[in-house]
Ligand binder design. Structure first.
Ligand SMILES: Cc1ncc(C[n+]2csc(CCOP(=O)(O)OP(=O)(O)O)c2C)c(N)n1
Length: 947
């Protein structure tokens, strides 16, 4: 029954790998009892005989032996099936048996790759063609045994691979081909090896020097994962050689000083002076090639970043940035991706920015406990392939010292590897033994090649250990004695590599000692140049610069009538054959004659006009948020969809006279990583108006760490400027505790030193002018983030909609006086102050009252910086004033009250009481029942505007 195993023109053409193995198994069964197999297969076997391998097509290498004939001996089929299974399992599980852990190999699991498990002998394998096992194997492999041994070798050494999670066949085949052909292993010259040893000696020597010189001071030593530095060196030089001009790095504390000193070339002197708390700002290299910005309150040395233009060898003229970051592990990841996206985009043209993946690379260094533990990594990885966030692949390095503080892996993650979370995103992973610097180089090359070819993320799990405690004051023997008994007697990687070079005759023992001595002498010389600090020299006041404390200058944000009309008209144009959904088209076209008919400009309309005019002024815009293209409340519709073809049309891309890009992206359902990303984008593209919108304001607290650690405090800590805009829908409309409050109190609580603007607006014109003011401040020293509590029900409310001339005249008003009130100066006894939607509620209730002379209402549109002078000026007009009443919808412990109370007491004239009208102190922001909400809202209004 056995026939020649040629696949040409046969159905076997469609079978490969495990499928082919399965068919062969069934064929064996068929040989024993033809009727016992599935009828379909039986028919095929009857017609075509034994299944054959299309090995040539299966492989991308084309080395398969297609002339091979399946043996007549049916037992051999089972051997072939077993051999194929074994080969597949070596690829899939070889990493379990690999030599990737420098401290011990007890964890190795060999079972799945042993011949005996498959009932195979070496003799059996010799009968199988090598190409059946590994089509990518070197051509000198004679048979299946050679091929299996080859696979074992490549999959189980100091590099191990996990790539079966990659679904794209082309990528998977490419990875398999690279791995099995070992084409990415560098062949180093002796000189390169000596350079590598020197580098390791610098890395170790620096830590040793710090250890000796600054006894007991925290430095979060790199030792144990020393090869992180040459790994980064290699990735950077590879990418720079192919044209990349910007490299952005995010990393936590571990090894950071070493990376600063060696990868960023931060002068040793500067680092030493930080240990001595000595002033070091004048130590910036004279060529000015290192950019370290300082805030006025500062930060600890292992959170500071640097921005360096390097000029050595192949990395000439490259900008390398290590992002400033807080202690909060992993949160810098999306910030660095935001930097990178910003660096890759050209925003000087209308439409979408042009993006060049090759121009900038992001490297994210992670901790082995933090990578799987902190959810922000998952959020960030999920953005990797999204249109609005893709950066052409971040190279992730897990600086894996197999411990987190005192917690060993078994207590900190549920998976085998620290990298496992990346598998869910189909990211290939290489585990590499950090004690083998040449294997580490190979990992760098594979990662670089993969990113270069597929523009996707890659993970290098650099497995080492931690030589000391979590920091240099911790004694690890107390909590982790078994691990540290091994560490104590384990040689350093520099020692291991030096021995290797000595044994190969590349250097002598004396050479190795000389390398160390030279490095120590250099460090000592640098240290001797650092002058110890005198306590009295320290500026303890830590004042922000004057240009920050002076606040924003006045900006004229009005737009000429004709220009605004043109923008309006152009925003309502789309191609004749473009079919906008009828109902939407009607709604939009209502905007057409609004200027001539004295119509009102609703919120989203004012926003579009602001965007159009900002673009015309030459400022690019990037806007993201959940469902922001349409707008959560169906108000925005900046992206039009053809109802027949699904095509998109963005009128803001087609404005005349615009040379700035515009994007609005629907973000993934993520707050933290998106806010981090937009913050990063904005820091790296300071000329761009970057806006993030929350679906509802309170969801912003999912990103709280970015507000606290970066946006509100980054300038004071690191001198890092930001003009990020955050739109947070807010307002009490009876929708329950979770959709009412944008938690404005959170932003007000951390408001100080002019760190950001917090606004709660009541009209669309105010929104228009505030956006324009923000755009005008970009790039200036006074620039700062802007938090706006944006409306929901007010989006289409006539009282919140503005007239045309309110856009073409005037500017943003920090305080607005209620129209129609406050005219009779002597009669006013109460001034109500409020902010946002409640101002409109109050106005609505004023309608039916004729005698309101005793009352005036001020809308505090800008809550921070509090417009004290403006309010004070208004108050002086009313000689018979008895009380100031702050009215708010939020409970007393939330909203603006706690923030404005002290200001109101300061501005209240003598004898004038300061009172509160609003919900009482509550733990939950609002009532859940809409009826109770109405009653409560009404009570507050009545209390405010009735005598
Ligand atoms: C969000 C957050 N939680 C807790 C900490 C405190 N902390 C600092 S380092 C550390 C252990 C980190 O372990 P790992 O990620 O493995 O990095 P390693 O220090 O071992 O390099 C912990 C828990 C922190 N910095 N950030």
């Amino acid at each position: 029954m056995s026939k020649k195993a040629s696949f040409q023109g046969t159905p076997w053409h469609n079978f490969s790998g495990p499928n082919l193995g399965y068919v062969i198994e069934v064929y064996e069964q068929y040989l024993i009892d033809p009727d016992s197999v599935e009828p379909d297969l039986k028919q095929l076997f009857d017609q075509w005989g034994a299944p054959a391998s299309n090995a040539e097509e299966e492989s991308t290498m084309g080395q398969a032996d297609v002339s091979f004939q399946l043996p007549a001996n049916p037992n051999l089929f089972s051997k072939i099936v077993a051999a194929v299974k074994l080969a597949d399992n070596i690829r899939t599980y070889g990493h379990l048996a690999a030599d990737i852990n420098p401290l011990d190999d007890k964890e190795k699991e060999n079972r799945r790759i042993q011949l005996s498990e498959y009932n195979l002998t070496e003799e059996d394998l010799k009968l199988v063609p090598a190409s059946f096992i590994s089509p990518n194997a070197p051509s000198d492999l004679k048979n299946g045994l050679d091929a299996i041994n080859h696979l074992k070798k490549v999959y189980t050494k100091k590099l191990a691979f996990e790539y079966h999670q990659v679904h794209e066949l082309e990528e998977k085949n490419w990875l398999q081909q690279q791995i099995e052909s070992e084409s990415f292993y560098p062949s180093l010259t002796n000189e390169e090896r000596i350079n590598l040893l020197n580098r390791l000696a610098e890395v170790e020597g620096f830590e040793k020097f710090l250890h000796r010189t600054f006894v007991g001071q925290k430095r979060f030593s790199i030792e144990g994962v020393d090869t992180l530095v040459p790994l980064m060196d290699r990735i950077i030089s590879l990418t720079v050689e192919t044209g990349t001009r910007t490299v952005n790095i995010g990393m936590a504390h571990r090894g950071r000083l070493n990376v600063l000193a060696h990868v960023l070339e931060k002068p040793y002197k500067m680092i030493f002076s930080e240990f001595q708390h000595a002033p070091n700002k004048d130590m910036i290299p004279s060529e000015g090639s290192i950019g370290i910005t300082y805030g006025w309150t500062g930060d600890v040395k292992y959170h500071l970043g640097a921005d360096r233009r390097v000029n050595r060898g192949s990395t000439a003229n490259t900008r390398i940035t290590l992002a400033n970051n807080p202690s909060h592990l992993e949160v810098v990841g999306p910030v660095v991706d935001g930097y990178t996206r910003a660096a890759q985009e050209n925003r000087n043209k209308p439409g979408y920015p042009e993006q060049d993946f090759a121009s900038c690379l992001a490297i994210s260094v992670h901790g082995d406990a933090a990578f799987p533990g902190e959810g922000i990594t998952q959020e960030t990885l999920n953005m990797g392939q999204l249109n609005g966030y893709n950066t052409g692949g971040t190279i992730h390095i897990i600086a894996n010292n197999r411990i987190g503080f005192t917690t060993e892996s078994s207590d900190s993650r549920s998976t085998k590897y620290a990298s496992d979370i990346a598998k869910g995103f189909e990211i290939p992973i290489v585990h590499v033994n950090a004690d083998d610097p040449e294997a580490v180089f190979a990992a760098a090359i594979l990662a670089y090649n993969y990113r270069q070819k597929f523009s996707k993320d890659f993970v290098i799990d650099l497995i080492g250990y931690r030589r000391f405690g979590h920091n240099e004051m911790d004694e690890p023997m107390v909590t982790n004695p078994l691990m540290y008994n091994i560490v104590k007697s384990h040689p350093t990687v520099k020692e291991i590599y030096a021995d290797r070079l000595i044994s190969k005759g590349i250097i002598t023992k004396e050479d190795a000692v000389k390398i160390d001595n030279t490095i120590q002498e250099k460090l000592q010389k640098e240290y001797d140049g650092v002058v110890a600090n005198k306590e009295e020299d320290q500026d303890i006041a830590m004042e922000p610069p004057e240009y920050i404390m002076n606040g924003l200058q006045q900006y004229n944000t009005s737009v000429e009538t004709e220009e605004l009309k043109t923008i309006n008209n152009e925003l309502l144009q789309w191609p004749d054959n473009f079919n906008v959904f009828q109902k939407l088209s009607r709604i939009l076209k209502r905007r057409e004659n609004i200027f001539d008919t004295d119509g009102k400009i609703e919120w989203a309309h004012a926003e579009s006009l602001a965007f159009g005019s900002i673009l015309k002024d030459g400022t690019p815009i990037r806007f993201t948020g959940q469902d922001s293209q349409r707008g959560t409340f169906a108000q925005r519709n900046l992206v039009l969809h053809d109802e027949k073809t699904g095509e998109e049309f963005i009128p803001l891309h087609h404005l005349s006279g615009v040379n700035s890009s515009f994007v609005v992206y629907n973000s993934p359902l993520t707050e933290a990583a998106v806010v981090g990303f937009e913050y990063g984008y904005n820091v790296f593209a300071p000329e761009t108006l970057v806006i993030w919108e929350a679906q509802f304001g309170d969801f912003a607290n999912m990103a709280q760490v970015y507000f606290d650690q970066f946006i509100s405090s980054g300038r004071a800590k690191w001198g890092q400027k930001s003009g990020l805009v955050m739109l947070l829908p807010h307002g009490y409309e009876g929708q329950g505790p979770e959709h009412s409050s944008g938690r404005v109190e959170r932003f007000l609580q951390s408001a100080a030193e002019n760190n950001w603007t917090v606004a709660n607006l009541s009209t669309s014109a105010q929104y228009f002018h505030l956006l324009r003011r923000q755009a005008a401040t970009l790039g200036s020293d006074g620039v700062k983030p802007l938090v706006i509590m944006t409306p929901k029900s007010l989006l289409r409310h006539p009282l919140a909609s503005s007239n045309f001339d309110e856009l073409t005249e005037g500017s943003f008003q920090q305080v607005i006086e209620q129209k129609g009130l406050g005219q009779n100066k002597d009669a006013v006894e109460r001034i109500v102050l409020c902010s946002g939607k409640i101002a409109i509620d109050l106005e609505e209730h004023l309608k039916n009252d004729s005698d309101m002379d005793w009352l005036h209402i001020l809308r505090v549109e800008q809550l921070y910086p509090f417009p004290k002078k403006e309010v004070e000026n208004i108050l002086t007009r009313y000689p018979n004033l008895k009380e100031l009443v702050w009215v708010q919808e939020e409970p007393k412990n939330m909203g603006g009250w706690m923030h404005v109370d002290p200001y109101l007491r300061e501005v209240a004239p003598k004898g004038v009481d300061v009172k509160y009208a609003g919900r009482r102190r509550r733990s939950s922001p609002s009532e859940g029942d809409p009826t109770i909400h109405k009653k409560e809202q009404n009570r507050i209004i009545q209390e405010a505007i009735r005598k």
